[in-house]
Design a protein around this ligand. Structure first.
Ligand SMILES: Nc1nc2c(ncn2[C@@H]2O[C@H](COP(=O)(O)OP(=O)(O)O)[C@@H](O)[C@H]2O)c(=O)[nH]1
Ligand SMILES: [Mg+2]
Length: 309
């Protein structure tokens, strides 16, 4: 008779059959959430195996991407900007990041994916504009297949739609994405809000009642920040802060939901994860400030962690 943890590993493996990319990551994350959180023993090993699978799947997604239209992955995650021509994707990319991108006043200005790094909560996230996804993209119209290939490797989608425009424009694009079997966490950015009114936004909300809509204008910094935050929430990542020698790092560490003190230690140094006994925690996951916790302790967004060597 196989042991329960072996049965569980088999079950997880079965769930992973034929799954790659975001689909596989979703399965792995849900498996991780269901595992008991023991410090040692077979379940701790199983946990480690799932975390390693997550890393390996991410790494593969990066390689697959290089083979297609080659967007080199940077930052802790990749979010695609997708929408009809003139929806304001390039403008948004430029406003969200601090880089200079050439922007045209006419359709199909950009024909290749354009990446840029955006700072959210102190960490860098890569946003990529996917241009020219037209009707028939799945049948490779407009070079659609390669563009969809890039999209497939992303972690989340921000659909862009002119708030005052016709929702049909975005419906067409979403249909192509769905037909390609791409199902990523997504929101809609209702763009050019400075040029639209509330009724226009209402029409958009009525047309897309299955998905969160975030109104935005490149002229309104508050709206841009709201969009950054909404996009971040799609990622299922959290930020923790390392404390070393009594000082807290200014730069956070971004980790997948469900990460433990052991995962934090591994980020600092591979060997630390095996030699450490645990850490001290300040913040949301601590019962009291400076609580001593073991390696299996699950950290939470906003925690400050000192690893004990
Ligand atoms: N008023 C206004 N115009 C915008 C805004 N964002 C983009 N635009 C304009 O919309 C047009 C299309 O923008 P662009 O970024 O090239 O769209 P893309 O084809 O989706 O990349 C350009 O003329 C932009 O200046 C906005 O927030 N407010
Ligand atoms: Mg553009």
């Amino acid at each position: 008779m196989p042991m329960p943890h072996q049965v569980q590993q088999q079950l997880i493996k079965r769930r992973l059959v034929g799954k790659e990319g975001s689909e596989r990551l979703r399965e792995l994350r849900s498996a991780l959430a269901q595992l008991p959180n023991y410090k040692n023993g077979p379940y701790a090993d199983l946990r480690k195996w799932v975390m390693a699978e997550i890393e390996a799947t991410r790494a593969r997604a990066r390689v697959v991407q290089r083979d297609s239209l080659s967007v080199r992955r940077e930052g802790v995650a990749q979010i695609a900007l997708v929408g009809p021509p003139n929806a304001g994707k390039s403008s948004l990319l430029q406003a969200l990041s601090e880089i200079q991108i050439k922007i045209g006043d006419y359709a199909f200005t950009t024909l290749r994916p354009v990446p840029a790094l955006v700072r959210v909560r102190g960490v860098l996230v890569q946003f990529v504009e996917i241009p020219g996804l037209v009707e028939g993209a799945v049948e490779d119209r407009g070079g659609g297949r390669a563009l969809l290939g890039v999209l497939r490797g992303a972690d989340a989608i921000v659909y862009c739609q002119d708030a005052a425009g016709s929702p049909t424009d975005l419906s067409i694009v979403r249909k192509e994405v769905a037909a390609a079997g791409i199902d990523l966490p997504a929101i809609i950015a209702a763009t050019k809000m400075d040029d639209a009114d509330e009724p226009a936004l209402g029409r958009l909300a009525a047309a897309f009642d299955d998905i969160e809509i975030v109104p935005v204008s490149i002229l309104d910094d508050t709206s841009l920040n709201r969009l950054r935050e909404a996009a971040w929430r799609l990622l299922d990542l959290m930020c923790v802060y390392l404390r070393r020698g009594g000082l807290v790092d200014e730069k956070p560490l971004a980790l997948p939901a469900g990460a433990t003190v052991s995962d934090v230690a591994r980020h600092i140094h591979k060997e630390l994860a095996s030699s450490s006994r645990g850490g001290r925690i300040w913040g949301p996951s601590a019962r009291f400030e400076g609580q001593l916790v073991g390696l299996a302790h699950e950290v939470r967004d906003g925690d400050v962690i000192e690893i004990i060597a």
